[in-house]
Design a protein around this ligand. Structure first.
Ligand code: GDP
Length: 526
């Protein structure tokens, strides 16, 4: 098959959800329909380990599993589907955000009892910034949940896009009778049971038949009124509007009962986009170009911390990957031999022979590869768009033994390169500031400093809670701002200046006082 055809049949997506909305359950069901090509460790095993562990030692042991199941590849109909895990729960970190830059679509799962929750909102912001198309699955309809019309309203408000129901629930909780397919105009009758396949489902088209009316009673009546309302009030589904991130198709179901799952999978294949062109600093790169290119969006320290080996997760953007090919790191000009690029995704641990745009490959290395790196067959290309997010939690780091400060600096620099933490150097003074978006990141850092760099570090509270990268069209204006706010300025890993604050109001005041300075919550990889 040609590169063009291989690319066209790829669908690369991530599930975004709040903890406990049903991501793990849904993933398992998706895998029931779509035979997994590559998956190591069962999804459940990973989840169990994650919940059973509160301390980082255990998490460390599980790191292998988490590397392995962070990308799942499956085949469904004629498509190859890449599902990327977005680490949530306690291990929420910047990686979670960056994974979203490697996908072409997102599936939002919400618990119908809770609506759109906090963690989902943070991830949605990233999707919206990139206009990533989003499909929505409203889960747990077998429970007493919010009225579907309210849910639709909430989705529209929080996502800022039109929600277009593709299915509509008939009843809920104990009275959940099924979903009505608004396109095919038929009802799929709900039957609880986890291992059922939907080919056994009962389908009803004659909803007005008196026997059907009698069977489902008031719920059916109510649903029919809602459907009439919703059909009158929502615009038609427009594929281009969906691709532009302006409309989200909505599906109702119950993941645990494997109900409504196939509709979502079909929608992913039919509606979600294949890999599209990507912007590099030099030019636009099309997926079906003959030459290989890809971008590193995640770095994970490997199993053996003593060797400091890492796996770089690379999203293929164009061409064909063949094992053994020589790739060039655009930033450093260094060559990478890919004979050792094992498919860490595979249950059988076999070696990855070839891969195509949309696929994710893992490249073991000892620090040659950094976040945001572009790999090509020789061309100097640098993909843009790998974001760094303003930390939401700050800490300082103290060491008992001042003689270890060199090691501390080395450790922090390397951990910073991996994206495990952001390190800021103050304009005045020399107490390094650590910034993160998830609290576990600090635990990880102290643990790894101890074990990999033999530095006993203590994490201490910091004065600041917020940071914004600052830029200005006029460099002199930026310099004036930095001097006027010297004690609040710190520089990140690439020396980009940030403005630090303890309260949101301080940022608003600075914005008012310095109209020529731009304050950014996100910085793109330079
Ligand atoms: P995750 O944290 O998003 O991965 O959520 P899980 O898939 O682990 O689900 C969280 C809990 O909700 C588990 O106890 C599931 O059994 C349960 N759950 C998932 N889907 C459904 C559903 O459709 N109905 C009901 N009643 N419970 C569900």
């Amino acid at each position: 098959m040609s590169i063009k055809n291989e690319a066209a049949r790829r669908r690369t997506f991530a599930i975004i959800s709040h903890p406990d909305a049903g991501k793990t359950t849904l993933t398992e069901k998706l895998l029931m329909y779509a035979g997994a090509i590559h998956i190591a460790g069962s999804v459940k095993a990973r989840k169990a380990s994650r919940h059973a562990t509160s301390d980082w030692m255990e998490i460390e042991k599980q790191r292998g599993i988490s590397v392995a199941s962070s990308v799942m590849q499956m085949e469904y109909r004629d498509c190859v589907i890449n599902l990327l895990d977005t680490p949530g729960h306690q291990d929420f970190s910047e990686d979670t955000y960056r994974v979203l830059t490697a996908v072409d679509a997102a599936l939002m799962v919400i618990d119908a009892a809770n609506g759109v929750e906090a963690q989902t909102l943070r991830l949605l912001e990233v999707c919206r910034a990139r206009n990533t198309p989003i499909l929505t699955f409203v889960n747990k309809m077998d429970r007493e949940v919010q009225p579907p019309l309210d849910l639709i309203d909430e989705i529209e408000r929080t996502l800022g896009m039109d929600a277009i129901p593709f299915t509509w629930p008939i009843g809920m909780g104990r009275q959940f009778h099924g979903v009505f397919d608004l396109r095919k105009k038929g009802m799929r009758v709900f039957k609880p049971g986890a291992d059922r396949v939907d080919s056994q489902d009962e389908l009803i088209t004659a909803l007005n038949d008196p026997s059907v009316q009698a069977r489902f009673g008031a719920s059916l009546d109510e649903a029919q009124q809602e459907i009439e309302l919703i059909e009158g009030a929502t615009p038609d589904f427009d594929h281009d509007e969906f691709l532009a991130g302006h409309q989200t198709p909505v599906f109702f179901g119950s993941a645990i009962n494997n109900f409504g799952v196939r509709e979502v999978l079909d929608a992913l294949v039919d509606l979600a986009p294949p890999p599209e062109s990507r912007q590099a600093m030099q030019r636009e790169v099309l997926p079906d170009e003959q030459k290989f290119s890809g971008v590193v969006f995640k770095i994970q320290a490997n199993m053996n911390p003593a060797h400091r080996d890492r796996i770089a997760f690379l999203r293929i953007c164009s061409g064909q990957f063949k094992r053994g090919m020589n790739l060039k790191v655009a930033r450093s000009g260094k060559e990478i031999r890919t004979s050792t690029v094992v498919s860490f995704l595979s249950q059988r641990r076999d070696i990855l022979e070839e891969a195509y745009p949309g696929d994710i490959i893992g490249i073991p290395n000892h620090g040659t590869l950094q976040l945001g790196d572009t790999l090509t067959e020789g061309e100097s290309l640098q993909f843009t768009g790998l974001p760094f997010f303003a930390p939401e939690i700050f800490r300082t780091v103290e060491i008992a033994d001042p003689l270890r400060s060199k090691q501390l600096k080395l450790g922090l620099t390397q951990l910073g390169e991996e994206g495990a933490i952001q390190v800021f150097r103050p304009h005045i003074g020399n107490t390094l500031l650590l910034g993160a978006v998830g609290i576990l990141q600090f635990e990880v850092v102290t643990h790894r400093l101890q074990h990999e760099y033999a530095v006993a570090a203590r994490i201490a509270p910091a004065k600041y809670q917020l940071a914004r990268w600052v830029t200005a069209d006029d460099p002199r204006e930026l310099q004036r701002f930095i001097e006027a706010n010297a004690y609040r300025i710190a520089y990140d890993a690439v020396d980009a200046p940030t403005f630090l604050a303890s309260f949101g109001a301080e940022i608003s005041v600075a914005e008012e006082n310095w109209p020529k300075i731009q304050f950014h919550k996100m910085r793109e990889h330079a």
